[in-house]
Design a protein around this ligand. Sequence first.
Ligand code: ADE
Length: 238
Amino acid sequence: MKIDVLTIFPEYFDSIFEFGIIRRAKLAEIVEINVHDIREFATDKHKMVDDRPFGGGDGMVLKPEPLFAAIEHLTGASDRKDYREDLRVVLLTPQGRQFNQQAAADFAAEAEHMVLICGRYEGVDERVSERLVTDELSIGDYVLSGGEPAASVVVDAMVRLLPGALGSETSAENDSFSDGLLDCPQYTRPAEFRGMKVPEVLLNGHHAEIDKWRRKMAFEKTKKVREDLLMGENGERE
Ligand code: ADE
């Protein structure tokens, strides 16, 4: 997969993709990540990337021209109806649909090329969404100063699902959310620490019992802190 990130703060990403699974996936050429400064695509002599909102109001709005030029440069198209089927142009914004594990899995499976546009909290000219953006995503119901942290979250969640990115192919299947539940508790050595004992079942090597215990604990944890995950779309318990 190829990922292009468009931002007015490229330095934000200097080290964020240089650790752990993402770094390994880059080295193994499972993913290529390029970060671009939106300012490089500014069309006027002052390299302006934002301007005051029509109609008045606080803050600045990202201008359309640099973003249209950037998308045209990166994808060869400046209208989403001309995009390749495996291209997704994502705008990170609190106004987007909620990003979750299913969305990460869908992008990892369907997209070969992703362009992530980091918005500013004041906004992005709506014509960018109208003509260029295939998906508006929010990472949660809170307002960040910009889309940069959100873009790094989306990249991380997606890249670890690309084939070969994790050491063991089964690890992602056992993640929280992949079966609709949170993950069960995990323990490592020592078996007793400051009077706290690791549950006996995990020490006896009986795999069927361990699986049963883990499923039970995952369900109980989910019920306690995220009962919404156990509800169907009509609000009924599944
Ligand atoms: N930009 C600002 N807040 C955001 C959020 N919650 N999700 C994605 N992008 C954002």
